[in-house]
Design a protein around this ligand. Structure first.
Ligand code: HEM
Length: 512
């Protein structure tokens, strides 16, 4: 009896102690922050502000920012998001809070296609991610590596010119976007896995084209499960099942390329290609290794991120030039003065073509192919621009709105390349971000910025210059009014793909 009394006495004491401890921890807890969350629309229960965002999220965010300011927070389904809508807000996140926001959210639709986030694009900022970026920069996408595969770009762009010339002979219009995707996938395939993916693999080539386009369009769909992870397992729209099937088809092809590549390793002894170099240097500083799955995921990244982004920008540039023929004529006059009529344009001509460069910059300003960049994600609480940003917040940077900000760009909706020429009001802005202003960041900025920005810029300038120099372009009769609507989604391609007639304008010897 006495023992039971002592037991309950001790138990009661322990309970009082526990409650006191918990209470004192609660009373003396460090407040997460005295700062407020950034302002934003309150939204409605469950959905949050999802219904305000719609398909054209970039333009709706820009509209909302007029009421709430350049740093805005809103709940999209279960997720807290912040949106940076002007250059100073972009700087605050991508420079000041770059390390905190260097991760990516776990986007349910992207899980399978990103090999469960073992790729470069959707991985968190892990040591493996860092090492993969380093390998890409050293052996593929950095300045020195880029120079090494100039012959591949030249050969593939010449094939494109030849294919367009043949369409002219057949009296057919040019399905430009599809042809650009094929060209760039072949360039990337050749340097990444040592083979063209569209032609030389026979039947395989067509399968690759279909699956690549399914992958590109599938990733842009709005999936309810991405905003409500607790019901994602239901896959209400069937998008996850579709993405899994696309991934399986794509991976089967990438595996074959990879296996073939491994089988032929001996034949490259002494002159290793990109994948050989990654496999041979697969260990990062902290000892984690790039696995075979990482490499397959990286190949997939390069074939997707490296093709549609540049193709979107080139298609828009040509559409803008067809809409403003005086601009096309000026590019042709400039390229003709520098290159002449007896050969095709070479990469080495580009530094001597300032107007062409200005046209490409203007296209990147008005038509950035990733208008909200890719989402970033924070793993810790932080304070940005005088606001409290709790951990696990998604960050979207509205590159589209930043490029059209009337406080920075005079007459922002006009396609006016002159603004980038010396003496122009935009002359100081560099799309690669070297000016440090954050006013023109089509490739993003900071440690998560585009890993292929040098090559992306080169693809755009080289392709636009070649297409304008080698051909006169004309819309089919009755279609002279070019539709300039963008297709809503993650990337912003033309809603109606450009189909124009091309007529060779150089001496026949130039096309041989
Ligand atoms: C005009 C062409 C291009 C544009 C406008 C563009 C734009 C972008 C943007 C905005 C991002 C996201 C940046 C961020 O989230 O902070 C990105 C990421 C990326 N881009 Fe590009 N890109 C282009 C071409 C390329 C090319 C040609 C390649 C490779 C061959 C490439 C590879 C990548 C990769 C691997 C990432 C992910 C980087 C990471 O998460 O660490 N891009 N790109």
């Amino acid at each position: 009896m006495a023992a039971a009394c002592i037991d309950s006495y001790l138990l009661g004491g322990a309970a009082v102690l526990l409650v006191t401890l918990l209470l004192s921890r609660w009373i003396f807890r460090k407040p997460r922050s005295r700062l407020p969350l950034p302002p934003g629309p309150r939204g409605v229960p469950v959905l949050g502000a999802l219904h305000l965002v719609g398909e054209s999220a970039h333009s709706n965010f820009a509209r909302l920012a007029a009421s709430y300011g350049p740093i805005m927070s809103l709940r999209l389904g279960s997720h807290l998001c912040v949106v940076a809508n002007d250059a100073s807000a972009a700087r605050a996140f991508l420079k000041t809070a770059d390390a905190q926001f260097a991760h990516r959210p776990d986007h349910i639709s992207a899980r399978d296609v990103s090999y469960q986030r073992q790729n470069l694009v959707m991985s968190d900022a892990t040591p493996t991610w860092k090492h993969m970026r380093k390998m890409c920069s050293l052996h593929l996408l950095g300045g020195k590596a880029l120079a090494d595969w100039a012959p591949t770009r030249r050969a593939e762009f010449r094939r494109l010119v030849e294919a367009i010339r043949r369409l002219h002979e057949d009296g057919e219009p040019v399905p430009l976007f599809d042809m650009l995707i094929c060209t760039l996938a072949n360039v990337v395939g050749t340097i990444a896995v040592g083979g063209r993916v569209f032609d030389d693999y026979g039947d395989e080539s067509n399968k690759f084209k279909d699956v690549l386009s399914d992958l590109l369009t599938g990733g842009a769909q709005f999936n309810v499960g991405d905003f409500f992870p607790s019901i994602a397992w239901m896959d209400l729209q069937g998008i996850q099942a579709k993405m899994l099937s696309v991934h399986k088809r794509f991976d089967a092809l990438v595996r074959r390329l990879f296996d073939e590549h491994q089988r032929t390793r001996e034949s490259r002894r002494g002159s290793p290609d990109f994948i050989d170099k990654v496999m041979a240097n697969n260990e990062s500083e902290d000892g984690t290794a790039i696995s075979e799955v990482n490499v397959r995921a990286l190949i997939s990244d390069l074939l997707t991120a490296g093709t549609d982004t540049s193709s979107v920008v080139v298609e828009w540039t040509l559409a803008e030039m067809l809409k403003n023929p005086a601009i096309l004529r000026r590019v042709q006059a400039e390229t003709e003065a520098v290159v002449g009529r007896d050969r095709l344009l070479e990469e080495s001509d580009i530094p001597n073509l300032p107007y062409l460069q200005a046209v490409c910059k203007e296209a990147l300003r008005l038509h950035p192919s990733t208008p909200l960049m890719l989402p970033h994600f924070s793993h810790e609480d932080c304070e940005v621009g005088g606001f409290f940003i709790p951990k696990h917040t998604r960050l979207l940077v509205n590159v589209w709105a930043i490029g059209r900000d009337p406080a920075v760009w005079e007459n922002p909706l006009a396609f006016d390349p002159d603004r980038f020429l010396p003496g122009g009001k935009g002359a100081q802005y560099d799309p690669l971000g070297s000016d440090g202003s954050f006013a023109f960041i089509p490739f993003g900025a900071g440690r998560r910025s585009c890993a292929g920005k040098l090559v992306g810029m080169l693809f755009v300038q080289y392709l636009v210059g070649t297409l304008a120099h080698a051909f006169d372009w004309e819309m089919p009769e009755g279609e002279e009014e070019i539709d300039m609507e963008a297709k809503p989604g993650l990337a912003l391609p033309k809603a109606v793909p450009l189909k124009a007639f091309a007529r060779p304008r150089l001496s026949p010897a130039a096309y041989v």
